[in-house]
Design a protein around this ligand. Sequence first.
Ligand SMILES: Nc1ncnc2c1ncn2[C@@H]1O[C@H](COP(=O)(O)OP(=O)(O)OP(=O)(O)O)[C@@H](O)[C@H]1O
Length: 501
Amino acid sequence: MLMQTSWTGLGTSIASLMFLWTMIRKYLPRQFDLYISTYTHKIFSYFYPYIEITFQEYSGNRFSHSKAYTTIKSYLSAATSERARKLKADVGKDSSNLVVTMDDHEQVTEEFKGVKLWWSSNKKTPRTQTISFYPAQDEHRYFTLTFHHRDRRLVMDCYLAHVMEEGKAIAVRNRQRKLYTNNRSKNWSGYKKNEWSYVVFEHPATFERLAMDPEKKEEIIDDLEAFKNGKDYYEKIGKAWKRGYLLYGPPGTGKSTMISAMANFLDYDVYDLELTAVKDNTELKKLFIETSNKSIIVVEDIDCSLDLSGKREKEEKPKEEEEEEKKKHPPGAKKEEHDSKVTLSGLLNFIDGLWSACGGERLIIFTTNHVEKLDPALIRRGRMDKHIELSYCTFEGFKVFAKNYLDLESHPLFERIRLMMEITKILPADVAEKLMPKSFKGKRNAESCLEDLIQFLQEAKAKEEEAIQLELKSKEEIKSKENGSVEITPIENGCANREVK
Ligand SMILES: Nc1ncnc2c1ncn2[C@@H]1O[C@H](COP(=O)(O)OP(=O)(O)OP(=O)(O)O)[C@@H](O)[C@H]1O
């Protein structure tokens, strides 16, 4: 009984004290309140001198991931993978491509400028049952960073910035790049929409493996490097952060390969724009707006994509062509659905109109096999800032192929190939095809590849000479027809002589 009275008394006195404490804090001036809370905190931190910061998976609503969480996740995955790599290396297994993520409730200990910090990955499952229109969110993940109270300045001023910077760089490195293409698809109401769809982009092309003049290659690499790091510069000069490239040359000279090498070099996504599938300029604009930053937008074979000759040339169209066009599309007839109405001016707007300035860091690349067919307005400098000609293979280019395909830096047959390449045109695609080993069994095979190439060069030379002879002959024929003289065969010659007699 006595015991019960004393417990009740103790409870009442604690409750009264707490009430009094709350009242005092409520009516105390602000500075005293702050003073008290600082001291309370100091007393608590004496018993638990660690600070914990949490980073939640979702920011605000459940559908948008918090950027900080995602960045920290990349950072910690790299740290965990590194640890796992070291462990594996100790055991002696190959571990170069290992990527490991942190397990729930796993801890990672880090050292930064001599200070120890602890990261842990946690998960919370909500206990309350809520009725919601959206699917239930089962788990709520977060990272907790724990550090000693005395290190809070270093953590706040340096460490967190370091984590964010590293995390972002790691995320960019680990990002799977995408190759997009546009296609028309019907939605549930039957309305045809033009949308981007993608596959993972995994082309192994690099500038190192690209066969072309080394100086030209260096120049392109420098240009891309300057573009990639040019954010401030573009801002300073008041220009949208984008650049146009025109790649031209015969088929099989490496235009597509160069685009892949550029994408790999810059770490950009690729948007392969199929212009013939775009209905009109509005659709083109919409597609453009949907492209992301850090991307290359490619229009391959631009001369074949659409009639982009513009108004000026349309007026000059020969009559026969117009007739043919009319036959294809008689005035009353319904045009085929895929017929595109994208115009030259629409395309120019796409390249450098007002809309092209939304977002940034975009390369626009056109490729063509017939540069002479393009409207000068489309490719003038400022729109297509850099014109790159890809042409027949040079000896320097061949050496890149030999190193790449056959692992050869020199060979007695090289000199013969060099001399032949000086007088014979050969496409890089043909060199690539000839040097592709027929089986993967050493040097002997490499030599037979070189011999194959020599034979191909000899045949190409013979064909070239034959073509020149034919051309000369036809030119002579035309000339003689123009002069009104008939070609005289020996017998005719004889007859003619007789007639004269
Ligand atoms: N300069 C080059 N460097 C390395 N490989 C090349 C080069 N040119 C061509 N190739 C090889 O030839 C093949 C065809 O090249 P690619 O498709 O890039 O040529 P292209 O100029 O885009 O042709 P097209 O105009 O017909 O599209 C590629 O798979 C590549 O292996």
